[in-house]
Design a protein. Structure first.
Length: 331
């Protein structure tokens, strides 16, 4: 299972910030990249943008003016938060006893405090992702700890075993707002290859073959990477190639829902790699760079503002980047 706990952390804290941004135009419009700068260092990254269009970033120097709330632990020394939704529910993982590295997934709200989500009968569990309604995807060992299965936890029904594709192992990596869980699983007992899967309440765990899943769209299509290209998979159709920006390679890193998909692609000749935004009906759009050769997009919000990283002119310094529509060419 993944380990999300940092060593030497005395307690868990979560930082919350509220911001606002300007509205953007339709995805057909030309998009511009804004350099978000740094906090004094030479490098900075922006892995996501939230619903209020504020870019969330990491920089080499600490940000002042934040309020830290200690969420505690499940009795152990260390705990770590992974996600927070619009209602304020936080999920993460916590050690259970001082000096013991065994961890369980948790859910925290202002009303309940930190609640242990338990396991599927084994020793440990870890939360991976949460959707808007508070459903949690994660992984847990089974009795005897010889097998690890993906799980779905809901506030009303608790933890459910999602099974595997035939082997002893499955690994949840994300969950959509519709409750669809995606990840990887061992398809056969003793198999050396892992396949992507999509789990739904109606169909159970569906084998997606070699597809590396990165997200799920609002209409149930699965976005991911297969071979050298970004692809979109849908039931009874299979995988559709999303193409490239002229080069031989493209990769999805984020997106889903109804916002579009983001990632990077090589240009003609494969000497440059640019961030892209892909939306239905428009296809893959080159977002450009902050003056350097390479850029990558890692997150997109409901207004289709895109965040990621880009090299500056000279390709020696990388900054966080925010791409938004300039309004030029808007229909």
């Amino acid at each position: 299972m993944r380990q999300y706990l940092g060593t030497g952390l005395a307690a868990l804290f979560v930082l919350l910030c509220v911001g606002a941004g300007s509205a953007v135009s339709a995805p057909q419009a030309r998009r511009t990249a804004a350099d978000l700068g740094s906090l004094g260092g030479t490098s900075r990254s922006a892995p996501a943008a939230n619903a209020s269009r504020r870019a969330i970033h990491n920089s080499e120097l600490p940000q002042a003016g934040w309020i830290a709330t200690d969420l505690g632990s499940l009795g152990g020394t260390n705990s770590s938060a992974l996600a927070v939704n619009a209602s304020g529910r936080v999920i993460g993982n916590s050690e259970l006893l001082p000096g013991d590295t065994t961890q369980h997934a948790f859910s925290w709200t202002q009303e309940t405090g930190m609640v242990d989500l338990g396991t599927l009968g084994g020793t440990g569990s870890d939360a991976v992702a949460m959707n808007a309604s508070g459903q949690v995807a994660g992984n847990s060992t089974l009795p005897g700890d010889a097998e690890t299965h993906a799980f779905l936890w809901t506030p009303g029904t608790g933890m459910a075993d999602l099974g595997t594709l035939g082997g002893t192992f499955s690994d949840a990596e994300g969950i959509s707002d519709g409750g669809q869980v995606f990840g990887t699983s061992e398809p056969l007992l003793g198999g050396v290859e892992f396949h992507g899967f999509l789990w739904t309440a109606g169909a159970g765990m569906v084998d997606l073959g070699a597809l590396q899943v990165e997200g799920v769209t609002d209409d149930g299509r699965v976005a991911g990477n297969s071979g050298e290209h970004a692809v979109l998979w849908e039931d009874r159709v299979g995988a559709s190639d999303l193409g490239t920006l002229g080069g031989t390679h493209s990769t999805i890193y984020g997106g889903g829902g109804g916002t579009g998909l983001v990632g990077s692609s090589t240009l003609l000749g494969d000497a440059e790699t640019h961030a892209f935004l892909w939306v239905p009906g428009t296809g893959m759009v080159d977002l450009g760079t902050l003056g350097g050769t390479n850029s990558v997009a890692s997150g997109v919000n409901a207004s289709r503002q895109v965040v990621g990283d880009s090299f500056l002119l000279g390709d020696t310094v990388m900054h966080a980047a925010l791409w938004r529509s300039s309004g030029v060419g808007r229909r």
